[in-house]
Design a protein around this ligand. Structure first.
Ligand code: HEM
Length: 630
């Protein structure tokens, strides 16, 4: 049974897509193993597809047909026209370990569990936005984070949201409530939650320096633009527009002195690393970007930016380093063509060592997450917390119609682990590659800086409301996603029925893998596909559209689309753009003097720059702008 191919071919049936001839029983596993030893699976796949001059191919691994696609039209046939057929995921050793038996969203096969978790993901938050509130009596200002929580449908698994206002000090709660009532009109189906994540009392004078023309009208626009008209998630269609944890990054960046300082602290517990780096001038952008993303996600999830105390020199401490390393190790092995996933009887023998590596990385992540999660669940049960302070609280406090917790402890743990894995890699990798490319092309760097100076000026920091006008900066980030995707493939989709695509037969149970490299560098779609040319994305903007990082036409792969599309589109975009724009705006970047140019070689076994990007940073804004960072 194990060796029996699922498809044997019938008369008059279209053929399978072309591909290397499979061996009996093991299929193309020998070639796969050889490619892993020599270069990489991605290199082997793209080489034979090039040799065969095909944009769709089929390899057989054990009894599984793996369909590989490098063509946008064919990709759309899979993920748009026949999206429902290809909405499942494979069950692998790594996904099983990481997601505690496929309890979370990305890793769950199609079915009730996936629907439940995806709905939580797209329903929990729609908009996070912010404003200043002034208290005339005490002449103080408060930065507020407002999280708009919306129930997409009253009946979605019985989730209930309430309105909670939290301010500091509590005596001002009523005042804040008035403030919001005056500023925002709420419709009956919307509720507001104000998190106290970033409440900070500062002087009005300082507040005004940070204030931007984001008041009333523009603010309302930003809020309502995410409203019902765009809401996805009618039955059966869990689209991508729903923006899971929207608009986070600006808030963490712009709302408070602490927020600014910590967001840009380059991985320190005390916020001194930036100063150190500025003094020495040399910044390891890989470390900075990865830790920045990690900090943002920890703050959002656990209301704490760091694990551990940090190093004496201000750098990220052992705990933060261990944590980020565990994230990247898990990601490297999660869908890594492990042989035992195709010959399941080998599972347990751990011939490739993957089980040990993934098990250890997951143990590290759980070591940091679990005590916080367990403690929080107890506090909710004991009534010690009754108002959500962060996303963990939101997940813990969701209830069904009977008032019983919607998510089990294991579901919460698995989902949190997954969110942390999903959010750190893409933005940090895009930043590193984009800046590396631009350092070698100073005219591009200058163009981005000119745009930032024109749109934002030098007297304040970039804010999220500037994003619509920063088309060149966004085009650079978008180009990094096209040319330098974090991984060669997207997570496999599994077909739930026999079907035909592009005139080829695709048997039930096939794994469909769109290749990010193949799509992004398809010469039929892109001129000079291997060149970093942000201008290519400005055409749409000349037609009056804004440059965005999403690519629903699948001409390259950023957030994918359809039922399995990324629910973190808005948050992921905001994190990427804000990190990139503020690093560009805040510093003059240059290549270290001992290097003629940045070495743009890609790692042999992964898609990162072969060597972490080191560059010299010099502050380029007036000192008072940076004073908020300290
Ligand atoms: C720049 C940042 C990001 C990029 C480029 C990105 C990209 C992707 C891609 C390519 C997929 C797979 C889509 C498919 O299988 O067709 C995906 C899925 C997913 N992403 Fe993201 N992502 C980003 C950020 C985030 C963030 C911040 C979160 C959560 C907070 C998130 C949560 C998820 C989840 C839960 C899925 C699984 C959806 C499903 O299987 O139903 N992502 N993402």
């Amino acid at each position: 049974y194990l060796f029996k191919p699922q498809w044997r071919g019938k008369a008059n049936q279209p053929s399978l897509p072309p591909g290397p001839k499979p061996w009996p029983i093991v299929g193309n596993l020998p070639e796969l193993i050889k490619s892993k030893k020599k270069t990489s699976v991605s290199h082997w796949i793209h080489s034979f597809m090039k040799e065969m001059n095909t944009e769709i191919a089929c390899i057989r691994l054990g009894n599984v047909h793996v369909i590989l696609v490098t063509c946008p039209e064919i990709s759309r046939e899979f993920f748009k026209k026949q999206d429902a057929v290809f909405a499942s995921r494979p069950l692998t050793m790594a996904t099983d370990v990481i997601s505690k038996g496929h309890l979370s969203t990305v890793f769950a096969p199609v079915g009730d569990q996936w629907k439940k978790m995806k709905r939580v993901m797209v329903s929990v938050e729609v908009t996070i936005t912010s404003d200043l509130a002034f208290d005339g009596d005490s002449n103080t200002a408060f930065f507020l984070i407002v999280v708009k929580v919306r129930e997409k449908k009253r009946s979605i698994h019985g989730m209930k949201f309430g309105t909670r206002f939290i301010t500091e000090p509590r005596a001002l709660r009523g005042k804040m409530f008035e403030f919001f009532k005056n500023h925002f009109s709420c419709r009956s189906r919307n509720w507001w939650m104000i998190f106290n994540l970033e409440f900070k009392r500062i002087t009005v004078a300082d507040a005004r320096k940070l204030e931007e023309p984001l008041k009333t009208e523009e603010m309302k626009k930003a809020i309502w633009s995410c409203d019902d008209s765009k809401a996805p998630c009618p039955d059966g269609d869990l689209g991508t527009d729903g923006s899971f944890l929207a608009r986070l990054i600006t808030l963490l960046g712009r709302l408070s002195c602490k927020g600014l300082k910590e967001s840009f602290k380059f991985g320190t517990s005390e916020g001194v690393a930036l100063e150190l780096e500025m003094r020495s001038g040399l910044v390891n952008l890989r470390v900075a970007a990865r830790h920045y993303c990690g900090n943002v996600m920890r703050k959002l999830m656990f209301n704490q930016r760091y694990f551990g105390e940090g190093k004496a020199d201000g750098g990220p401490g052992f705990e933060e380093e261990e944590y980020i390393e565990a994230i990247f190790t898990s990601l490297a092995y999660v869908y890594s063509f492990s042989v035992s996933d195709y010959l399941p009887f080998l599972r347990g023998l751990d011939l490739e060592g993957h089980e040990t590596i993934v098990g250890e990385a997951t143990r590290v992540l759980n070591k940091y997450h679990d005590p916080i999660i367990e403690d929080r669940i107890h506090k909710w049960r004991d009534g010690k917390i009754d108002e959500p302070q962060d996303l963990l609280d939101v997940l813990v406090s969701l209830t069904n119609d009977n008032g019983i917790s919607l998510l089990s402890e294991n579901e919460i743990k698995a989902q949190i682990c997954e969110i942390m894995l999903a959010a750190v890699d893409n933005p940090s990798n895009a930043l590193e590659w984009a800046l590396a490319e631009m350092l070698n092309k100073p005219e591009m760097l200058q163009k981005a800086l000119d745009e930032l100076d024109n749109v934002v000026g030098r007297d304040r920091l970039v804010q999220e409301s500037d994003f619509p006008q920063l088309n060149y900066v966004k085009a650079c980030a978008r180009e990094a996603f096209r040319l330098h995707p974090i991984s060669p493939f997207i997570p496999p989709h599994v077909s739930v029925a026999d079907t035909t695509v592009a005139d080829y037969f695709i048997p039930k149970g096939s794994y469909v893998v769109l290749t990010r490299e193949g799509l992004g560098q398809n010469a039929k779609v892109w001129d000079d596909p291997c060149e970093f040319k942000p201008e290519r994305h400005l055409q749409e903007c000349n037609e009056g559209k804004e440059v965005v990082l999403a690519e629903p036409e699948l001409r390259f792969l950023s957030f994918s689309r359809g039922r399995r599309g990324c629910p973190g589109l808005v948050l992921g975009s905001s994190m990427t753009i804000m990190l990139f724009a503020r690093l560009l705006q805040g510093f003059d970047w240059s290549i270290p003097s001992n290097q003629g140019a940045i070495d743009l070689s890609q790692g042999k076994r992964d898609s990162f720059l072969a060597k972490p990007l080191l560059a010299i940073a010099k502050p380029r804004l007036p000192p008072h702008v940076y004073s908020f960072w300290r």
